[in-house]
Write a protein that binds this ligand. Structure first.
Ligand code: UD1
Length: 342
């Protein structure tokens, strides 16, 4: 039997490139589509160096329906899609809501149209813990109520989950898994691929590593007056390679028809809540490098604290995040140093 072919949209990006590596390692054929709006095709070199295989790559925009149809006509052997391609900057989404709705929803709808016509193609979708807002109960389980999104970005994830669910309800031969990511950080152990934010990083860990390496003067810690043990916000930081591996498990579950429902949802986190100040301490301890930081005002729209209940994903998927916080942080630092040739 030949290799199963998986379409990885957004596969040159941060999570996509790490997932491409894990898929190739597990014997899948990977074909990547990306418009390179927020990533570089250089990550394909990294994937090739790590795995010995260069994934097929096509550059186009998945919002272009005609191109999507052409692509699937050309690649009739695709078994499943992992759909990462999306815009993900919370602040930008507030300034440009239509861009986010256009980009994140049209690409998904175009893929679902293809699946609707050919339901043997299954889907793994990148969702986010942002759908929970500030949960009443922690750790948060998959059946916690969805709360009104605090940004257009968050809203696209909520709407996307609904679109998938309703499309599958209308066509029960389709199947999909949505994975709700907590905070992915870190990089591949080889430091050949990693997170590469364009411009000023919006997320905590790339800002920390760029400050530590001297690219930024000072990290701003957004608030120390939250109702948490040290006053800073709490998140569930998961190693991107652990996250990538969960995608391979989800793909196998769908391809081997081991899914229990046609649309399933799983939290992807470690189950451990870590505050911003704890993360900074862990960074300084594990790398030996001091980070210049200042406590400033809260960032509008930030959730006080959220971390995952991982039981459902652990039991159902037989998957568990393995890396420690220190290992994860060190991998991010090694990537930053490698990338800057230091
Ligand atoms: C946010 C989104 C998440 C999205 C992710 C992708 C929400 C609630 N969360 O995650 O859905 O997938 O962005 O970009 O919308 N921090 C600092 N200084 C900094 C940067 C961050 O103190 O310079 C703090 C933040 O206040 C927060 C923590 O670090 O407490 C993590 O922030 P960040 O990495 O931006 O991720 P989220 O906001 O959790």
């Amino acid at each position: 039997m030949g290799k199963k072919k998986i379409l990885v949209t957004g596969g040159t990006g941060y999570i996509g490139s790490h997932t491409a590596v894990e898929l190739i390692n597990e014997g899948f054929d990977v074909i990547i589509v990306d418009n390179l709006s927020n990533s570089s095709a250089d990550s394909l070199d990294g994937v090739e160096k790590i795995t010995g295989t260069r994934p097929e790559f096509e550059k186009f925009d998945l919002c272009d329906k005609a191109k999507v149809i052409d692509f699937f006509n050309k690649h009739g052997d695709i078994e499943a899609i992992i759909h990462f391609a999306a815009s993900k900057a919370v602040g930008e989404s507030v300034d440009k809501p239509l861009l986010y709705y256009q980009n994140n929803l049209n690409s998904l709808i175009n893929l679902l149209e293809v699946m609707n016509a050919k339901p043997s193609i299954s889907l793994v979708f990148s969702s986010s813990c942002t759908v929970y807002g500030q949960p009443e109960k922690l750790p948060v389980t998959e059946d916690a109520p969805i709360q009104k999104a605090t940004s257009p970005y968050g809203n696209t994830k909520q709407i996307a989950e609904e679109i998938i669910q309703e499309t599958i309800a209308a066509n029960p031969s389709m199947k999909a898994i949505a994975l709700r990511y907590f905070n992915p950080i870190g990089a591949h152990a080889t430091a050949l691929i990693g997170e590469l934010p364009i411009g000023v990083p919006q997320n905590l860990v790339p800002f920390v590593t760029q400050t530590a390496i001297g690219l930024r003067n000072e990290l701003k810690v957004f608030g120390n007056d939250y109702n948490t043990p040290d006053g800073s916000c709490i998140r569930d930081y998961i190693h991107v390679v652990d996250l990538a591996k969960a995608h391979v498990v989800a793909i196998k579950r769908l391809i081997e028809s081991k899914n229990k429902r046609n649309f399933e949802l799983f939290n992807l986190g470690t189950g451990r809540g870590v505050s911003v100040l704890e993360l900074l301490n862990a960074f300084e301890k594990s790398t030996g490098v001091k980070v210049n930081y200042k406590i400033v005002e809260r960032r509008p729209g930030d959730i006080e604290q959220v971390w995952a209940d991982t039981k459902f994903a652990n039991d159902e998927l037989g998957w568990k995040a393995q890396s420690t916080l220190d290992e994860t942080i060190l991998s991010a630092w090694n990537w930053e140093k490698h990338y800057r040739n230091k």
